[in-house]
Design a protein around this ligand. Structure first.
Ligand code: PAF
Length: 292
């Protein structure tokens, strides 16, 4: 039987649990992407906690905190079907009896990309994730790789604050048309959805440019310009796709996957092609891991 509760119930439940616990943090409005996280959590641990909490700390003024979907009654059956044991759904006042004075700061990696457009967003995310960790004491936690900057920062949070928690990332889940699954897709009109498909197409084009460059023995093949010439090709190919669309692009960048710094000359290793773009008023993000 699935249990649902706030802080006292979760603490009690956790105390009574032997064996391993996996945490899946969410803000609700659960979709197939969340279901994949829960399924993975189920495989990884003896017990699964899903948190559902729309965290006000990570929304800026004028962002969609109040209109963020909260279909709680529909979320619970999905958690139950996925075999979750506890749904942690605290009241706002339990999590923040007063505005927190002490917060976790995301530092420089939290000030770029999503953080540049949303100041304080990642401080809010890391603060609530820290609270979720200390409340549920998980052995493992499962996050989606769609929010790759969030994932990268949670990895640093775990390392820098010495949480003894294994972090597992799940690849982006896509709808049949290629759009990354997101609660915000519900805001798109049919026309905007078609425009939004330029996002995965741009990532495909970037990846294809990398493959072609590698096959052609270009920069990857050890040319004098190393990874940077190829990086230019990847970016140019992706930019050409979005330039030909109705999207408003916030950023389209190729970065080192561990530091989120732009890929430099002679780069070798794991990179990320990152994009944020708006279709109408809906801001969407996506990314593609690329190996240089
Ligand atoms: O990715 C999300 O849904 C949120 O940022 C998270 C991790 C649940 C924190 O509120």
């Amino acid at each position: 039987m699935i249990e649902i509760g706030g802080i006292p119930a979760l603490r009690q439940w956790r105390k009574e649990r032997a064996g391993t616990v996996a945490l899946v943090p969410t803000m609700g409005a659960l979709h197939s992407g969340h279901r994949a996280l829960m399924d993975r959590a189920r495989e990884l641990a003896d017990h699964v906690v899903v948190s559902i909490f729309v965290n006000p700390l990570q929304f800026g003024p004028g962002e969609d905190f109040t209109r963020y979907p909260r279909p709680f009654a529909e979320d619970i059956p999905m958690c139950a079907e996925a075999g979750a044991d506890f749904v942690f759904a605290p009241a706002f006042i339990e999590m923040y009896p007063a505005a927190p004075e002490v917060r976790v700061t995301a530092g420089r990696m939290g000030a770029v990309f999503e953080g540049a457009d949303r100041p304080g967003h990642f401080d809010g995310v890391l603060t609530v994730v820290t609270k979720l960790f200390t409340l549920s004491l998980p052995d493992v936690t499962v996050f989606g790789l769609k929010d790759i900057q969030q994932f990268t920062l949670v990895r640093r949070l775990i390392a820098d604050l010495d949480f003894d928690i294994e972090l597992v990332g799940l690849p982006v889940v896509r709808d049949r048309d290629g759009l990354a699954v997101s609660s915000r897709n519900d805001y798109l009109t049919p026309g905007e959805r078609i425009s939004a498909l330029a996002i995965p197409r741009a990532l495909d084009a970037g990846e294809a440019a990398l493959r072609e460059g590698a096959l052609g023995g270009g920069a990857l093949g050890g040319g004098a310009l190393g990874g940077s010439a190829l990086a230019d090709d990847v970016l140019a190919a992706a930019r050409a796709v979005v330039a030909d669309s109705e999207l408003r692009v916030h950023y389209l960048s190729l970065v080192d996957a561990s530091t989120l710094q732009p890929v430099r000359e002679h780069f070798r290793g794991d990179a990320l092609l990152l994009i944020a773009a708006s279709a109408g008023t809906t801001r969407l993000i996506d990314n593609r891991p690329l190996e240089f």
